[in-house]
Design a protein around this ligand. Structure first.
Ligand code: PLP
Length: 369
């Protein structure tokens, strides 16, 4: 029940790895005909990803993780001068901590507050944007709450108030889960990751609208338009492609919506509160009145149900920055936990998990009261 943390890789991806690691293992930058074939395959794969992103122009870079994609988009956009960098406070640590570092290094960084429903406050966005804004970074779907930011609306605000600014969107919890149509937006960079959609770990992507607007983070052989040097991880890229090809966004969306409803009904009947953040069906926040979320996590772990407390990267730290920023009371945050769904789960699995959650909660509550 922690699919926003990571997912189980689809079996189909294993065969793909073998093919491109042990048989068609050639370096796409070399000059042999085999290498040329791999280079063409990568070009075709890039086009496929652009189509999945609904982009009519631009490029896709393959990176080692979305953390790298986020770092590349942000750090690669920094320029000397009196520029301003705008971030939402609700960002994943792979964006938020980069913003904090920029601030510590003396850059002018502005943080956007969140609304009660978990989305970015767009009124505030309008107010802070100006001709000095260099970069805006706002996530598409929150990994903590599932809240969906309207990137078309954000694009319009950017075009009106800061037309020269670059727009980065962390799309990790949105890609292949909700429709993404970048051609309808002014998005310059869009990050996404394979291991959230039943692909392998260690491979991710960054959509780049205009290559000229980005600087590379490290120098090397000049692969991937000089923006991400290093021999391409062809087997993993092809596994990522396979994972993408296995997804039917609409069908999965409907299925997961039903799984979430089913789970929420059972746990709510058992006294567990479900927080209502309008957004992705893939994520649900729970509040266990009178019991710590962490206590529930460990007890459920013993009972065979894996849940999350939020971002895996921050799970070991106390509190929850994003829920705090939304204005949720400290005692409620302490009692909160996150469950997240996958279309590969069955209704039976979800019902069983929900029942175990209820039984575990009742058992602990009786003990503490
Ligand atoms: N951004 C969001 C919204 C995430 O949920 C995650 C993963 O938890 C990341 C970025 C980081 O992705 P990766 O694990 O590929 O570095």
């Amino acid at each position: 029940m922690d699919n926003a943390g990571t997912t189980k890789m689809a079996e189909e991806c294993l065969k793909v790895y073998r093919k491109y690691a042990c048989e068609e293992f050639f370096n796409p930058s070399a000059l042999s005909s085999e290498s040329n074939q791999i280079a063409s395959l990568l070009a075709e794969t890039e086009r496929l990803f652009l189509a999945k992103l609904g982009a009519s122009d631009g490029n896709v870079l393959f990176t080692g993780c979305a953390t790298e994609s986020n770092n590349l988009a942000i750090k690669g956009s920094i320029r000397k001068g009196d520029w301003e960098y705008v971030f939402s406070v609700g960002e994943h640590p792979s964006v938020y901590n980069v913003a904090k570092k920029l601030e510590a290094d003396g850059y002018k960084v502005i943080f956007l507050p969140l609304e009660k429903d978990g989305r970015v406050n767009l009124q505030y966005l309008e107010e802070v944007l100006n001709e000095k804004t260099r970069l805006i970074s706002i996530m598409h779907v929150s990994n903590e709450t599932g809240a969906i930011n309207d990137i078309e609306k954000i694009s319009k605000i950017k075009e009106k108030f800061a037309p020269k600014a670059l727009l980065h969107v962390d799309g990790v919890q949105a890609f292949m889960k909700i429709p993404v149509v970048l051609r309808k937006t002014a998005v310059d960079f869009y990050s996404f990751s394979a291991h959230k959609i039943h692909g392998p770990k260690g491979i991710a992507g960054l959509y780049v609208k205009n290559k000229g607007g980005l600087k590379e983070l490290f120098q090397g052989g000049g692969q991937q338009y000089g923006l991400r040097s290093g021999t391409e991880n062809v087997p993993a890229i092809m596994q990522f492609r396979k994972a993408v090809e296995l997804v039917n966004i609409e069908k999965n969306y409907e299925k997961v919506k039903n799984l979430k409803k089913c789970f929420a009904e059972i746990v709510a009947a058992g006294g567990v509160k479900c927080a209502d953040f309008a957004g992705s069906p893939y994520i649900l926040n729970l509040v266990f009145d009178g019991v710590k979320g962490e206590t529930m996590l460990h007890a459920l772990d013993q009972n065979g149900v894996v849940i999350g407390l939020g971002s895996a990267c921050s799970a070991k730290k106390a509190g929850n920055r994003v829920l705090e920023e939304i204005g949720i009371a400290k005692d409620v945050i302490i009692s909160s936990a996150r469950v997240s769904f996958s279309a590969n789960q069955s209704v039976e699995e979800i019902e069983t998990a929900a029942r175990i959650v209820v039984e575990t909660y009742k058992h602990i509550k009786e003990k503490v009261s």
